[in-house]
Design a protein around this ligand. Structure first.
Ligand code: MCA
Ligand code: AMP
Length: 488
């Protein structure tokens, strides 16, 4: 909640720029308090009740998040383009009784709200005010649930407290020199840490301006970057890749370096930044991307320095307030040049997996959170080497569970067996790909894609399909994913 408390320091500054309209911190505070009172209805405190909301990248997203926090609820942001099955899963898993949305999504969500007896609130209606006081919120209370895929078949809800969020923001504000003079555009989905914490919340904590671009559009991003207003930019590697492609086709006549001189920081993260992308970006824009490493459960952990060498292929050193160790399979802490799993301690580390005490317990060892990512330290800089599970795929910056897709595919009547793997790809990092043993009637890939579209978000749908009579197995008779990868 510190991010909200700080707003009174810069009431007249622009907090959000959305749909061409500027909203000051004063308006944001007022509108979020009105909605908070409306949420409370007749109660004094939502007492950590999860409140789901589906809103695009726009002013009301922030109003709603702040309102839920001020009313004492847990914010559960839903992705706007997920199919209803995925939305329903999150609503059921969190047990949210309130669902907030706007005119855009109201009709789409009404049947679910009716079926699940949810209180459906439309932020585009103007009669929201009710005269109730707001509760005091202590920092150890739960604040947010974000869903992330893991090595289990269904995504897990990652719960962070206000204290976790305060520390996650504070660490980045300090490391990356945020100030109230900053202006950032937000083009990332708002159901993940990158868009919510690194961009929106760091800006608002600092009294800066967060400008939402509703649609993801490389031409518009270039236009904004070249406009002279934006001075901080953050994105996933796939977006830098797509911006480079756009520049090659449409902008290579422009004095881009000259027009981007005012930008003070450009960050890449959520997946490995390929060295050619970093180098190409530097040659086009004159800017050296700052690569950092994070995870939904820990916020950001490692970062190249703001001042000092930003080393390609490396993710720098631990951020302020974060302690990191690398541990090998025998539990031995590793020194320079020896690979080990990244384990993290600090106030930035999440509280628990929602309603999953066993999974929470299993993922900690002596108070250290086990990330499942393997790294080494190379001349003082951490370097991510890979993951210890072949079943975790990163594509377009999204984390994807192979097991989740396999389980859904197996529900198809003409899929007898299947194996999902991530195949290296210049644009997407990894491309979700699948090897299928069909039933009697072999389905074609277009039909399967269509069938999957109703059941999972677009980025999880496999792009490459191979049909076989058998899957490669190892000596133990288990499917060998490394062998499956070689088939593509
Ligand atoms: C979409 N497409 C894909 C993929 N995703 N194809 C292959 N692999 C994918 N993963 C397809 C679409 O279905 C469409 O195909 C075509 O690509 C173009 O889609 P388009 O609408 O233009 O783009 P988009 O796919 O919607 O967007 C690309 C994107 C998006 C902007 C890079 O993936 C994105 O916003 N990624 C960021 C995710 C993020 O914020 N992650 C942070 C997680 P067709 O035309 O056939 O339908 S937080 C995190 O990771 C931690 C904490 C951290 O460290 O930050
Ligand atoms: P998520 O669960 O969506 O938060 O994704 C977190 C995962 O993204 C981490 O566990 C890493 O595998 C990956 N990741 C994030 N940043 C980087 C990076 N700079 N380089 C390589 N992998 C990264």
């Amino acid at each position: 909640m510190k991010v909200i408390n700080k707003a009174s320091r810069h009431l007249n500054q622009t907090a959000i720029l959305s749909g061409g309209v500027k909203y000051t911190y004063r308006q944001l505070l007022r509108d979020s308090q009105i909605l908070a009172r409306f949420l409370l209805f007749n109660s004094k405190d939502l007492n950590e009740a999860p409140v789901a909301f589906m809103l695009g990248r726009e002013y009301h997203y922030t109003v709603t998040q702040w309102a839920i926090w001020q009313a004492g609820g847990i914010a559960v942001p839903l992705h706007t383009s997920h199919p209803l099955e995925s939305i329903k899963y999150v609503l059921e898993d969190t047990g949210s009784k309130i669902l907030i949305t706007n005119d855009q999504f109201l009709e789409q969500l009404r049947p679910i709200a009716d079926e699940m007896s949810l209180r459906l609130i439309n932020v585009d209606e103007n009669n929201l005010s009710l005269n109730t006081g707001l509760p005091q919120i202590s920092p150890d209370r739960k604040a947010m649930i974000l869903y992330t895929s893991g090595t289990t078949s269904k995504p897990k809800g990652v719960v962070t407290t206000h204290n976790n969020i305060n520390h996650q923001i504070q660490s980045l504000v300090e490391a990356w020199h945020w100030s109230k003079e900053d202006h950032i555009i937000n083009i990332l989905p708002l159901h993940h840490v990158h868009g919510i914490i690194n961009i929106m919340s760091c800006a608002l904590w600092s009294g800066a301006c967060c400008e939402f671009l509703e649609e993801w559009d490389p031409g518009l991003i270039w236009e904004k970057l070249l406009s002279g207003k934006v001075n901080v930019f953050m994105a996933v590697p796939t977006i830098y890749y797509k911006l480079i492609r756009y520049w090659e086709e449409d902008l290579n006549e422009k004095p881009v370096q000259e027009l981007l001189k005012h930008i003070r920081l450009m960050v890449s993260g959520s997946a490995a930044l390929p060295i050619p992308v970093m180098e190409m970006w530097k040659s086009i824009t004159g800017h050296t991307l700052l690569e950092r490493y994070g995870m939904t459960e820990i916020g950001m952990g490692l970062s190249n320095p703001y001042l000092g060498e930003r080393r390609a292929g490396h993710v720098g050193q631990p951020l302020p307030g974060v302690t990191i160790q690398l541990v090998d399979e025998d539990g031995v802490v590793q020194e320079e040049n020896k690979p080990g799993e990244i384990q993290v301690k600090g106030s930035t580390v999440f509280h628990s997996y929602w309603n999953k005490p066993e999974a929470t317990k299993d993922t900690f060892s002596d108070g250290w959170f086990k990330t499942g990512d393997i790294a080494d330290i190379n001349n003082g800089y951490y370097r991510i080497l890979g993951r210890n599970s072949v079943d975790i795929i990163k594509s377009g910056g999204y984390k994807i569970s192979a097991l989740e897709i396999e389980n859904i595919l197996l529900e198809h009547p003409q899929v007898r067996e299947c194996a999902i793997v991530g195949i290296p790809d210049d644009e997407w990092g990894e491309m979700v790909s699948c090897c299928i043993i069909p039933g009697n009637d072999r389905p074609d890939s277009a039909t399967l894609k269509e069938w999957l579209r109703d059941r999972m978000p677009g980025y999880k749908i496999p792009r490459n399909y191979i049909f076989r009579d058998a899957l490669p197995k190892n000596a133990m008779g288990k499917v060998s994913k490394n062998e499956v990868k070689k088939l593509f």
